[in-house]
Design a protein around this ligand. Sequence first.
Ligand code: NDP
Length: 324
Amino acid sequence: MKTHAIRINEYGGPDVLQLVEVEVPELGPGEARVRHTAIGLNFIDTYHRSGLYPGALPSGLGSEAAGIVEAVGDHVTDVKVGDRVVYTGMPADSYSEVRNFPAARLVQIPEGVSDEQAAATLLKGLTAWYLLHHSYPVKPGDNVLLYAAAGGVGLLAAQWARHLGVRVIGVVSTEEKAALARANGCAEIIMANDDVPACVREMTAGVGVAAVYDSVGKDTFMASLDCLRPHGVMVTFGNASGPVAPFAPAELAKRHSLYVTRPVLFDFVTTRPQLLEACGKLFEVLGNGAVKVSINQRYSLRDAATAHRDLEARKTSGSTILVP
Ligand code: NDP
């Protein structure tokens, strides 16, 4: 059986993405074949494309999609043909019409959540979940700083944090994004070009925030340390501006016994029970309206390169869907 899928033969800019016809392999044991209805675009896809996170080439791309189970291999018990499912994970190949994927990593989409909403929320929403519950478990009344607050992870994390009683200070690059972030959970906004630590001190009576959720990386890491209260937690979870440079642990001592963590989503959902429990929490806040997903861009799968260009140029907000 043939399908259309994005392939990369070399690392580089968006131009390396090629939509080609490929053969879908025979189903292996434990695998299910999923016909995609909506594909989630994520910043991590740009790292896989550029080679920042290298793998074997040639390669597919994409770590998240929703769709319908079309067939199952031997020993599959977690899903059945006809199920509406969503997944996130490797190997990267969600930029495709049809693919095989381990059935144990597929999650049934509950009624009331559309395929698009599921594909726009799973990877980013589970990230928001572990950031707020594990990397630094927030408490009501906490002040936290959230970079890219109007982005895909940003809008979800800000709403979820507000729901948990947290005062979120968001960092964004434009007035339009500021309005969006304010409407989605941020109590305060700092513009990315401003002196972020000075603004944070002013907004927290000179104390600093309990945690910084920093997905920008290289450009913001040291300033983020300056935003923390004593014993505060620096959660560096992304590289939108490039990877963080090596730094001396003494920098943490100088700023009063800070903590730093560099988490990865897949370490928090390694087993099926963990995955289902986390998804349960995510679907709960989506279902009760505490967290809403904004799908602000849609591109056809064949325009994935344009989607990457816009994402990297900071032109997008909220979640983005590729339509297969
Ligand atoms: P976003 O929608 O948040 O897009 C990235 C945003 O980062 C931009 O819109 C922009 O917002 C901001 N940004 C700041 N500096 C730059 C820069 N130099 N180049 C480009 N963008 C910049 O993407 P996602 O929601 O998909 O992902 C958010 C981040 O979270 C990424 O860094 C990603 O790698 C990380 N992530 C990490 C995970 C983990 O487990 N460790 C899991 C999922 C995501 P603005 O213009 O407002 O500054």
